[in-house]
Design a protein around this ligand. Structure first.
Ligand SMILES: *Cc1c(COP(=O)(O)O)cnc(C)c1O
Length: 353
């Protein structure tokens, strides 16, 4: 795909690396590609970062046709930059597009767009361990009419935000509330797609948990309100009597790349990892009889997030003495080691730029 580049005349400077939060500062440029039915993708361009024009009837504003991805660019000690399994994000973006009746893009083209954009913005990849340039590819339906149908026009974009270390104050286990009112999605719905609507629908539960002093909620499935699905916007894993259990991908769970990587790392370390339906009753039993040794969420932003407390039906359970467990720590060290190029890339996951 040919990319037209219009460079900014007012380059910005990056704030000090220890002051970078998450997703608040943006780089100098953004990438856009348009799509029209019958014509395909056209006019790939990188232009100065700024506001975009939308028609008030644009599909995304009314019917929520929006999907996104999230991945990071890491700076190695030798000064080079790299991504972590970006091919997986490209595949997932197309799976999300298929679910939401948005256009798909050739995998090689999408990866090329990401690469070209990152190369232009290379100076925005911070240097300290834990910091990264967060990439946000996204796509939305952009018909300028109110009729409801599969879109005939769409826009693909990439923006990027230099981000600080998720664990600036060290890894502190979080408190989680088990949610038994709202559900995130249902089988047959959009749970496996990374779409904005899933987030809009799950914010309320998160807010309610926050009011009670918990960081996030543990989601149960939408049909039986029985099987554990995810924690906040992360996948979830439990270590019970030495075995690692994670909810199987039933269609209502987002297939996380960190989840997949954790499973591969754990198996290589010799752990038994079981992907299956895992009920809240089983979880409560393991909490009560002390066999639940560790629990953690996993996703690109945090890598892993240990769960120190779980609240259910007015009762609060402490996990692992409220401290990060050995397996959670090992996963964190292994994955961040590979991502920031500190340890060998055993699995061939790194994509150097
Ligand atoms: C993005 C996301 C995840 C984590 O996926 P990663 O590829 O590991 O970042 C998990 N759950 C939800 C709902 C998500 O949107």
């Amino acid at each position: 795909m040919e990319i037209r580049i219009e460079r900014t005349k007012n380059p910005k400077t990056m704030p000090p690396e220890n002051e970078l939060g998450f997703g608040k500062v943006f780089t100098d440029h953004m990438l856009l590609v348009d799509w029209e039915e019958g014509k395909g993708w056209y006019d790939a361009r990188i232009v100065p970062f700024g506001r975009i024009d939308l028609h008030p009837a644009s599909t995304v504003l009314h019917y929520g046709a929006e999907i996104f991805e999230g991945l990071k660019v890491y700076r190695r000690a030798d000064g080079g930059i790299q991504m972590f399994r970006p091919q997986e994000n490209v595949k997932r973006m197309n799976n999300s597009a298929e679910r939401m009746s948005l256009p798909q893009m050739d995998e090689k083209d999408m990866l090329e767009l990401m690469t070209a954009f990152v190369k232009l913005e290379e100076k925005w990849v911070p240097k300290s361990f834990g910091t990264s340039l967060y990439l946000r590819p996204f796509m939305f339906g952009n018909d300028e009419a109110l009729g409801v149908h599969a879109v005939k026009n769409a826009t693909f974009m990439i923006i990027a935000s230099p981000s600080g270390s998720y664990y600036k104050e060290g890894i502190n286990p979080v408190g989680i509330m088990i949610e038994n009112e709202d559900v995130r999605t249902v089988r047959g719905g959009t749970g496996y797609a990374k779409c904005g609507g899933n987030y809009a629908a799950s914010t309320r539960a998160g807010e309610r948990a926050a009011k009670k002093g918990y960081s996030q909620v543990l989601w149960l499935d939408g049909v039986h309100r029985k099987y554990v699905e995810e924690v906040g916007a992360m996948n979830v894993m439990f270590k019970i009597s030495g075995e690692i259990i994670t909810p199987m991908l039933t269609g209502s769970i987002l297939p996380g790349i960190t989840r997949k990587s954790c499973i591969e790392v754990l198996r290589k370390l010799g752990y038994t990892v079981t992907e299956r339906l895992f009920s809240i009753d089983e979880l409560v039993k393991a909490l009560e009889n002390g066999t639940l040794e560790e629990a953690w969420g996993c996703g690109t932003a945090a890598v892993v997030s240990p769960i120190g407390k779980l609240a259910y039906n007015g009762k609060e359970y402490v996990i692992g003495g409220g401290k990060i467990g050995d397996v959670t720590q090992k996963l964190y060290d292994t994955l961040t080691g590979i991502q920031w190029g500190k340890t060998a890339d055993y699995f061939n996951w790194v994509y150097k730029l």
